[in-house]
Structure formats: C-alpha cells, structure tokens
Design a protein around this ligand. Structure first.
Ligand code: FAD
Length: 510
C-alpha cells in the first residue's frame, strides 16, 4: 500500500529558504497538497546572501521564471567566477571560474601539460585557459559559446530580499497561504514527539502533517523543538562574525564576486545593478567588531548607502536535517560561511531531495537517505572551504598561522597529499566541486605538485607550448570581443537565456 501523502505542509520562515521552498512545492506538488507559510516581519530575515552559483538558473527555469524578469526584479548581475586575492601569499590572485581549464591533450588531462610547460619556463597562469575567467577579468559577459570545450556556467549576484519577495508573489499566486505572525509555541505529539501544530502569539493554531523549518539560525523546529544537535566545525572554519554594508554600484561593473583575504578573515564584494554588497567575515577571537567594521569601511570602493549590519554565526550543521515529520532547509539546518556562495545551492539541493522523496509522512528509509545526502553535501562544501584557509601562506597573523597548521579532516588531508604527490585530483560522483574547482584553488594558492602524469612527456614540449599559446590567444581574443558586462545589463540581460544544467560548469564537465 502506498504511504500516505503529506497533504498539509507548513513552512516556518519567509527568508530565501522559506520562499524558495514554498514556490517549488506549490509549483511541483499535486494540487491536493496545501502549502502554508508563516513568517514574522518583526523578526525579519538574515538580510544577506547575494552571490550564487550556476544551479540557481536551473531552479528558476524549473519554475518557469524568465531570466529577464528575475534580473529586473532582483537587480541581478551576471557572475562568471570568484576572484581570490591574498589567499595564497598576500600578493596572490586567482580566479575560480565556473568552467574547466583547457582540454585534454593526447589523452592526458590538460593541467598535467600545463604543469609540465610551467616547469619548462612557460609563464602561463591557469586563468589563461578559461574563457569565463578571461571574460571576468575584463568585466565582460557573454553567453557560453556552443564550441566544444569552451562552455561554462554562469550565475547571478542578486538582492536576496527582492528574490524572496519575487518568490512570495509567485507562490501566493499558486495557492500558498501566508500567515504573518510570530510562532510562540510548538505542539508535539505525546506519543511519538512529532510536530502537530504551530501556535502563534495571536493564539492562532496552524496544524500540519509535514513541517519545513526555514526559521534561520534559530532552528525553531529541528533544533529547539526536536533537539537535533548542532555539529560545530568552528575548529576548522574559525570565522564566526560578519559585518555587511552596502555601497553605491561599481563602474566598471564586475562580472565576478571578489573575495579578498585580510589580516583575520576576508572581505566580499558583490556587484548588483543598484548597489554593491560588501562584507567582512572575521574571527571574533582575532578581531573586534569595531576593528572589522573599520577594515571594511576602509576598503569600500564606493560611497556607503546603508548602516553596518553585524551577524554572528557558527560553521556547522545539524546532525540530521530531517527528523520525524520536520525537514530543516536553509540556515536552520546548517551554515558554512559564504566564501564559495554555497548556501542557496544547499537550500536548492534540500528542496530537490525533498521532492524526490515525496510522499513522506512515514518514510524511514527516505528520511535516512535524505539525511545521508545532505550530510554528504555539507561535508563536500566544508572540505573545499577549509582548503582555502589551510593552503594560505600569509604568515601575517596568528589567525592565518592557525589555519595553515591546524589539523584538517582526513578526507581533505588525503586529497591534498594526493595532489601534492601526483597532480591527481581525487574525484567523487556526488556533491559539489569537481576537478576544475579543486585545481583553481590548489594551483591558485601555490600548491605545486612534485610530479605529474608521466604520459604528458609523450607529447613533444614544442607542440604543447604551441597548443597552449594558441588556446590562450584564442580565449583572450574571444573575451576581448565580448561586450562589457554593464552593457549587457543595461539591455536588460540576454535576449535568449541558454538552457540551464544542474552543475557548476554549464554542462562542460560534471
Ligand atoms: P532567514 O533569512 O534568517 O529567515 C528566517 C525566517 O524565519 C524569517 O522570515 C523569520 O521571520 C522567520 N522566523 C524565525 N523565527 C520565527 C518565529 N518564531 N515565528 C515566525 N517566523 C519566524 N548564501 C549564499 O548562497 N550566498 C551568499 O553570498 C551568502 N552570503 C552570506 C553572508 C553571511 C554573512 C551569512 C550569515 C549568510 C550568507 N548566505 C549566503 C546564506 C544566506 O543568507 C542564507 O542561506 C539565506 O538567506 C537563507 O536564509 P534562511 O531563509 O534560512 O533564514
């Protein structure tokens, strides 16, 4: 007999997680499933979260949202990469683009030839072999070309509050019922501890059979009510504070996010159409709030247009995202700092998996599979973020020295050692970040392997050099002939949006 379908779904929270969940469920679940959302304007939302990765395009397309409408409503710009400055030594600079680098040559991975050419004195940087990195460096934007091997993914910088409002209109037009009010108490069953109803301050009672906790860092249902423990990763990701402040838009308009390492953390710079999002992420043991704010304001590239907003957080996640009849999505299930713009992606993955495992009133196996999946996703992102900190060679503060020498997860240690020894990037089938991303950070931060694929030597050095030179010049020319990013934005974005794929590199590589 089929399991009973969860017909009465209640979402707590109207931030990005709440409204993304509501919009997707309303669009994709059968009409017999009622979706209710409760939010409290008095509490508000976290108010940050403006940089994304390419998967968001897939989400929007799934919901039938036009890119041009979306861009206009959310003041969005295009994002091709993240630029990291000062993460290796304080003078280092590299791009992490949403693309692969070069193409295999003679059946051997491109980066092995790249390393071999560098050892022979070539002065190339890895960025020379990514069209999207080249476009980003010139503040340009163009849709990915059809030409094999040159494709890339792209994402957006967006106003997260405007995105949530946009999705709210979308969801309310599709039968989502919204309640304004603060949840005061949560009623659970005396028999099995399942959540039965939310009781608002107004004493209104909202009952349901499946509850989605999108209440942000409070984790009202999963953490506070059901007591699912939080697993802290602070010892690996010690930053626990951020201060954010918006400023005027930038000219020229970058088509990438900036991440600049500072003495005890790092700063983000996220260009939107109508303003720039700026923030300083830091470790409270190393920097006071006042010092962090002063550092941020000293680095602004345009006139501030908002007051500083201080946010506290702790890196980590709940040991289970789905407990009994409650699924946490967004900050209520966990948070890893915004270094690689992964939080909205994690929200999206939780929604995708929730839909995959529906109906879900009594599903133990689905619940365990969901929890395994989300745990794997969090751990993949965690290791990749730790990599950035651990590979630093700054030596200018206790903070960076701690990060360089701290014990790291064994899963990451093995990856780093393998690359150091053989230039092989340990791959995995599921979860975020494949070979190109690992290469960008390894090489960008100066982890040079002691050897590489010996088969690279079977292609004559002169041929490798010619091929690399030819590719670098081709990409540079293509990038230089692309329009300025600001020009594309002024036209309202691309006329025709390319189909989106659920991966980081635009389908060019898994
Ligand atoms: P929130 O936005 O906090 O929403 C919580 C909701 O729950 C609110 O509507 C609130 O009113 C409601 N609520 C809480 N308690 C109650 C109650 N008792 N009764 C009724 N309602 C209640 N992500 C990215 O992808 N890219 C980024 O660049 C990025 N940058 C970030 C920078 C920082 C410093 C931080 C901290 C996060 C960043 N994130 C980023 C993460 C991103 O902000 C969040 O993932 C995203 O905003 C989703 O938040 P949320 O909806 O889970 O929580």
């Amino acid at each position: 007999m089929a399991s009973p379908l969860a017909k009465n779904i209640v979402i707590v929270g109207g931030g990005t997680a709440g409204w993304m969940s509501a919009a997707a469920l309303a669009h994709l679940l059968p009409d017999e499933c009622a979706v209710t959302l409760v939010e409290s304007q008095q509490i508000g939302t976290v108010g940050v979260g403006e940089a994304t990765i390419p998967h968001i395009r897939y989400f929007n397309q799934l919901l039938g949202i036009s890119e041009r409408d979306f861009m206009q409503t959310t003041g969005a710009t295009y994002k091709l990469a993240i630029e990291f400055t000062g993460w290796g030594d304080s003078a280092s600079r590299y791009m992490h683009p949403f693309s692969a680098f070069g193409a295999d040559l003679g059946g051997v991975g491109f980066h092995h030839h790249f390393l071999s050419a560098r050892a022979n004195g070539a002065k190339f940087s890895l960025d020379d072999f990514s069209l999207s990195a080249q476009l980003a460096q010139g503040n340009r934007f163009a849709p990915p070309p059809d030409e094999a091997g040159l494709g890339y993914g792209y994402a957006y910088h967006l106003d997260a509050t405007a995105y949530a409002s946009f999705l709210r209109r979308y969801a309310e037009a599709r039968r989502v019922e919204r309640y304004e009010g603060k949840v005061d108490r949560v009623k659970t069953s005396a028999d099995d501890g399942r959540v039965q109803a939310l009781i608002l301050e107004s004493e209104e009672v909202i009952d349901g059979d499946l509850f989605i906790d999108c209440s942000g860092f409070r984790s009202l249902l999963l953490g506070q009510t059901l007591g699912v423990p939080f697993e802290s990763w602070r010892h690996w990701l010690p930053c626990d504070r951020a201060v954010a402040q918006a400023s005027d838009p930038l000219t020229p308009l970058p088509s990438y996010t900036r991440s600049s390492a500072t003495a005890s953390g790092w700063q983000w710079c996220i260009p939107l159409q109508h303003r720039t999002g700026n923030g300083q992420v830091y470790c409270s043991e190393s920097l006071s709030d006042d010092e962090a704010c002063a550092q941020l304001q000293g680095a602004l590239n345009s006139v501030p247009v908002s007051d500083p907003n201080f946010i506290r957080f702790e890196a980590g996640c709940r040991s289970r995202s789905w407990e009994k009849n409650c699924i946490a999505i967004g900050l209520s299930s966990g948070f890893l700092e915004p270094l690689e713009s992964t939080s909205i992606y994690l929200i999206q993955m939780a929604i995708v998996k929730l839909l995959e495992f529906f109906p879900c009133t009594d599903e133990n196996l689905s619940r365990e599979a969901f929890n395994r999946w989300m745990s794997m996703e969090y751990r993949r992102v965690r290791d990749f973020l730790i990599l950035h900190y651990h590979l630093n060679r700054r030596d200018d503060s206790d903070f960076w020295r701690y990060c360089a020498t701290m014990d790291i997860p064994i899963s990451l240690q093995e990856k780093i050692e393998l690359f150091r020894e053989s230039a092989v990037v340990q791959s995995y089938d599921q979860g975020l970040f494949a070979e190109p991303s690992w290469l960008a950070v390894y090489l960008g931060q100066g982890l040079l392997p002691s050897s590489w694929d010996s088969r690279a030597a079977s292609v004559p050095a002169a041929q490798v050099s010619r091929t690399l030179q030819g590719l670098a010049s081709q990409l540079q020319k293509m990038a230089e002939s692309a329009p300025e990013h600001a020009e594309v934005i002024a036209r309202g974005g691309l006329k025709r949006e390319p189909p989106a794929t659920m991966d980081l590199y635009g389908g060019a590589r898994d």
